[in-house]
Design a protein around this ligand. Structure first.
Ligand code: DC
Length: 227
């Protein structure tokens, strides 16, 4: 069957990855979480002392950028996990510390340049679902199916709060909401590849959709693209 490229973009914590993972599994496609790649670079910068408070030591990070090797491997449950230079960092990249440092890292042109090259390589055989902020606009402007996901900031903060709680991280809801709103602002207003809906993307507000309803809707869209 013909394989396509599916780009899923949207705000943080709007359920993109659940949607993209579910869709990839259903179609037998590869799933790539591009946000995990920006998070892995952020973790690398934190681990190597390339932050001075909130300020990034840009020259030092730039000089080491080619030492960063990011890959994905499926765990025993078939879920993709992120590896940074051979270390499984799936848990470490999801902490609030990384979340609150990732936006300025993702705004650096040299970081985006190198990650976009790697992302395009991952999609050169098609059969891929990638989620992020600039997948339909920059990484795969010719993707056959583009989805732009939205949901209110409060609903997204609640989802992140529930997610972190399950993982044993107890952050206040207000702190998480503040982080969500701040990241939205930085993601939409940065100079390089800001988050925006591609002209040919289909907008999907999933505030009131269940995961199953969402998946059913997406599978129908894919079928219509392949037919
Ligand atoms: O989707 P996420 O919250 O895990 O993404 C982490 C950060 O990376 C987020 O602040 C935006 C950034 N990002 C990006 O700039 N471009 C992408 N394609 C994916 C994520």
């Amino acid at each position: 069957m013909k394989k396509i490229v599916i780009a899923i973009d949207g705000f943080s914590s709007c359920g993109k990855s659940t949607m993209a993972k579910g869709l990839a599994k259903k179609l037998g496609y590869i799933y790539i979480d591009s946000g995990a790649m920006y998070r892995a670079v952020t973790l690398f910068a934190l681990q190597n002392g390339f932050f001075d408070g909130d300020k990034i030591k840009t020259d030092e990070l730039k000089s080491k950028i080619n030492d960063i090797n990011i890959s994905f491997k499926l765990n025993e449950n078939g879920q993709p996990e992120t590896f940074l230079n051979c270390e499984n960092v799936e848990k470490k990249i999801r902490t609030m510390e990384v979340s609150s440092h990732v936006s300025p890292i993702a705004a650096l042109p040299f970081v985006r340049e190198i990650l976009v090259i790697q992302q395009r390589k991952m999609g050169d055989k098609k059969g891929i679902v990638m989620d992020g902020r600039d997948i339909g606009t920059t990484v795969f402007p010719n993707a056959e199916l583009k989805i732009y996901v939205t949901a209110s900031a409060e609903i997204r903060a609640q989802r992140r709060y529930d997610e972190l709680k399950v993982k044993g991280e107890n952050n206040s809801f207000d702190e998480i909401l503040k982080n969500v709103v701040e990241r939205d602002h930085i993601d939409m207003t940065r100079e390089v590849s800001p988050l925006r809906k591609a002209d040919d993307a289909i907008e999907l507000d999933n505030s009131n959709l269940t995961i199953d309803e969402q998946l059913e809707y997406l599978v129908k869209l894919v079928e219509s693209k392949i037919a």
